[in-house]
Design a protein around this ligand. Structure first.
Ligand code: F6R
Length: 607
């Protein structure tokens, strides 16, 4: 979603701002803009569309050593140059960028209009610029503080004033802001990926905090002007991790990285002596874990699918009732929080509003909520009672891939811990670990044969609709296969339990609707084969992911991709990778923007 960057220091600001926005492109946006202060004026340039269009408009010799920039993902008002940020006051002396939604903007706007302020855009954000102007009395920090006290809703804000050179003021409530501390220069951004090219020292701004930057200093205060001591954190990843490094797309890089990222997610967390896992971040003693009677997982999108796989595993392996649910739905159904239940909030970004707000609601009701997140320092892990970082490294492509397999890895380890504390023997625990440890190599073997998937994608890319069908622990994998395909190729795809097609979706079957089946060698294999035959009998093209050696599948399906054999619980890892690759190559075949698909945002920070 929207991205924010700010700079004050000795260097020309515009190239730094545009480079920062480039790093934030992955979040998804539809317009971009910058404001740079020079010679007592603010120079504002904004433009609909991709960044290169903005770059065309920004003069080479703009000058100015401080400024703010923004990539906008439209919520209020259509996508056009005018609605892009930064927004300015009537005299063009104050510029503001804003992430989030101001819920009371209509009443604030009406009041300002009565006072004679004229609005130029349809956005909620413009109201912030006028409010600051109306409250400004020679000190930007004070005016921003007074302004945010009037706002209802969510915001990450960065503001500048033409008369206060090299000063930026930021404020946060619900939309992330992180400060980058450089040598005689300061940066501000909505996420650390925009900073890492300049500095690895960061300070995470919390809700209710305000920060004033100058090139050599930063001061953090609360809304009552009380100073807050902030700790400097260090970004642990390298710049190369957010660069394509020779790959055509981030998505390709991230799919191919999975054998490594899965290994990282289990690194240091396997106990080979006692055949169990070790997840210290849960902050729960074994005695407390033993008392857990039910596990609930809340998440959105791909993270929900990882949670669904894990819920299945928790019930079958650990024999603990477990359920994964859409965070957006849980939040508004007044959920019953029971003693001895624990909740996991699963989120790659750690910022997804639906998941975060559901987590807060659960916590208000007294629940213990643990996070399974990738982005270190993001809001969900900071607000949770404990949790696990999956250590996938930055995931830049909008479509989530490596986070999915690492989220599963972390939750598999949790299931192992819970199972070993209950009925699972040491011998079975060790066998589980052995199977899990083999996953990275098996994933590497699949990825090495990606050319086969590319051919399949070329053959089927022009089909009108797809069904993705799986059962049991692989049912969520089918959902994920469909989600991946529709997200990045815009081909209509639905995921179902293979058993469910006869209850409706089979009506869709025709020669332009391929069905892609997951056929592992488990107890449900024969049932899935029956479903494949049902589709075949109706002249639907059939594709299958099957296990090496399963010749019967090849007799029914038009095309088969074989995965190596593994334990039945490990198939979700092996089956999802071909689906990710299939979506990727289909999108390429159709000429789509793979890393930044239309309308989508990487981190969905609004409800
Ligand atoms: C799918 C995708 C989205 C996210 C969802 C949750 O490829 O990227 O469905 O999975 O928006 O995001 P996180 O995991 O950041 O909470």
């Amino acid at each position: 979603m929207c991205g924010i960057i700010g700079y004050c220091g000795p260097k020309p600001a515009a190239p730094i701002l545009i480079e920062g926005l480039k790093r934030l492109e992955y979040r998804g946006y539809d317009s971009a803009g910058i404001a740079v202060g020079a010679d007592g004026n603010l120079h504002v340039h904004k433009r609909e569309g991709k960044l290169f269009r903005l770059r065309e408009r920004v003069p080479e010799d703009l000058g100015g050593v401080w400024g703010i920039g923004h990539t906008r993902w439209a919520t209020h008002g259509e996508v056009n140059d005018l609605n892009a940020h930064p927004h300015t006051d009537a005299t063009n002396t104050i510029a503001v960028v804003h992430n989030g939604i101001i819920e009371n903007f209509t009443s604030l706007k009406e009041k300002l209009q009565e006072e004679g302020y004229t609005f130029r855009t349809e956005t909620d954000s413009e109201v912030i610029a006028h409010l600051i102007a109306s409250l400004y009395d020679g000190d930007l920090e004070t005016a921003v503080r007074q302004t945010v006290r009037l706002l209802k809703g969510t915001y990450g804000i960065l503001a500048m004033h033409a008369a206060e050179p090299n000063v930026l003021v930021g404020a946060r409530n619900g939309s992330p802001l992180v400060l980058g501390v450089g040598n005689d220069e300061m940066f501000m951004a909505s996420d650390a990926t925009a900073l890492v090219a300049h500095t690895k020292q960061v300070v995470y701004i919390e809700d209710g905090e305000l920060v004033k930057l100058t090139p050599k200093s930063y001061k953090t205060t609360d809304l009552r002007s009380r100073e807050i001591d902030k700790k400097v954190d260090f970004i642990s990843w390298e710049l190369e991790e957010i660069e394509k490094g020779g790959f055509a797309h981030f998505m390709e890089k991230e799919i191919l990285e999975q054998s490594e990222s899965i290994k990282r997610a289990m690194q240091g967390r396997l106990d080979l002596e006692y055949g169990t896992g070790h997840l210290g971040g849960l902050n729960m003693a074994n005695k407390e874990l033993l008392e857990v009677e039910r596990v609930k997982i809340i998440a959105a999108g791909t993270s929900l699918h990882a949670g669904m796989v894990a819920a299945y595993l928790l019930e079958t392996v650990a024999r603990i009732p477990a359920q994964a649910e859409l965070a957006s739905e849980l939040r508004y159904r007044n959920p019953v929080v029971e003693r001895n239940n624990i909740y996991f909030a699963v989120s790659q970004s750690g910022e997804t509003a639906d998941t975060l707000y559901a987590m807060r609601e659960l916590k208000r009701k007294g629940a213990r909520v643990l996070g399974i997140c990738n982005v270190v320092g993001s809001t969900i892990p900071r607000e949770s009672d404990g949790g696990v970082y999956i250590h996938s490294g930055p995931e830049i492509a909008v479509a989530s891939t490596k986070a999915f397999t690492s989220q599963m890895t972390a939750l598999y380890l949790f299931a192992l811990i819970m199972a070993r504390m209950r009925h699972m023997s040491l011998e079975h625990g060790l066998a589980f670990i052995k199977d899990l440890e083999q996953v990275p190599d098996l994933v590497a073997r699949i990825v090495d044969r990606r050319g086969e998937i590319e051919l399949l994608a070329k053959k089927y890319a022009h089909a009108g609709n797809f069904l993705f069908l799986g059962r049991g622990i692989n049912y969520p994998v089918a959902l994920e296969g469909a989600l991946k395909l529709k997200e990045i190729s815009y081909v209509h795809a639905e995921g179902y339990s293979a058993a469910e097609i006869k209850h409706g979706p089979i009506a869709l079957i025709n020669d332009d609707t391929p069905s892609f089946f997951v056929v592992p060698d488990n107890g449900l294999r024969d049932k899935v084969i029956t479903n494949m035959k049902e589709v075949k009998a109706r002249r639907g093209p059939v594709l299958a992911l099957a296990v090496e050696g399963d010749r019967e599948v090849a007799k029914i399906a038009d095309d088969v991709f074989y995965v190596p054999p593994t334990h039945e619980y490990m198939y979700p890892f092996l089956m999802v990778v071909p689906f990710q690759l299939f979506a990727y190559y289909t999108a390429i075949e159709l000429g789509r923007d793979v890393d930044q698909p239309r309308n989508l945002a990487k981190s969905v920070t609004v409800e």
